[in-house]
Design a protein around this ligand. Sequence first.
Ligand SMILES: [Zn+2]
Ligand SMILES: [Zn+2]
Ligand SMILES: [Zn+2]
Ligand SMILES: [Zn+2]
Length: 355
Amino acid sequence: MKKRKQAKDDFNLVVENAFDFFKKSLAEFDKEPKYSVIHFHAAIELIMKARLLWEHWTLIVIRPETANLKSFRSGDFQSVSIKDAKMRLESIVQDGLSQAEYECFLRLSDHRNRVVHFYHPGNTGDKTALEKIVAEQCLAWYHVSRIFERWSDQFQSYKKEIAKIDKAMHKHRKYLKAKFGALAEDIKKLKDRGITFSVCPSCGFKSFGEDSGDEPILDYECLVCKASETGLLVECPECGEKNTLIGEPWYECKKCNHKFDEQDVQAFLTKDFVYDKHDPDRSIVAHCEECDGYEMVVQVNGTWICSQCFTKYNSEEIGRCDWCNSLSTGNLENSYFMGCVACEGKSGWDSNKDD
Ligand SMILES: [Zn+2]
Ligand SMILES: [Zn+2]
Ligand SMILES: [Zn+2]
Ligand SMILES: [Zn+2]
């Protein structure tokens, strides 16, 4: 019991430290962008560490097998990087980062490393370099906000702190105003070509372009901050109204308030599929490696897309598991023994037999 409390205290200290770094990073951007880069990165890294710490303190030590509680308490240990944290979140906590989140955080690491070990063009007051930093910080905050929602069990008592940083991020966007202004001409041209623009959920400018050329799949990209999302245009199963779902299925129907879920999306995307009794092997659903979705990936206009996390796959990324014979994404090279997203293969079968 006491141990558990100590672990919670450690968690809280790390999270408070993270918020402190976020605040510092935003406050010092004007005068010292260099420190802003370093501190913003530190904040993101601390959030990842906090989540690992929630599971067990040894998970944030680079080599857990050498971890010792005394040196941990005194801070005398090498802690994990974002890269290590990603792998551990996936394999141990089973609550990993999406590819987009990971890539965004790695870019922050890259900026940080250049500042610390070399120099960074942003230091010399180069305006475009500064804009780039702010754009990436906006994008990173957008991703972290969604991570906070996913990890709400751990971060629910930090709602106020999160809202405060959110407000500061809104102000931070002023650095992108000039960039948005400079894009006016491009946006106009794209509008003439049928691309519609809405407010970007990451940077807040009306620069979030929607390409509907592959309907019902919608592709979004922000011209200012490069935030990108995949959306789906899905009919409501209750009232038939078409709804735009961006990045996830959990929206409310704008007409009848029906709450969409991944099953609705999957049912809509497969509604025209005719089952061929002469070809019973032909499956139309695959498991999703990205979100562990069972039979959530379906084929739409030659692209495979997950009804739950909206990750897109091309047909080469879909394969058949040699053990359970279902379609899956992910590495299937050794699937007879290792299994797929939905099964544990022969090795899992054998070890269950022994139990
Ligand atoms: Zn944006
Ligand atoms: Zn409806
Ligand atoms: Zn998925
Ligand atoms: Zn399988």
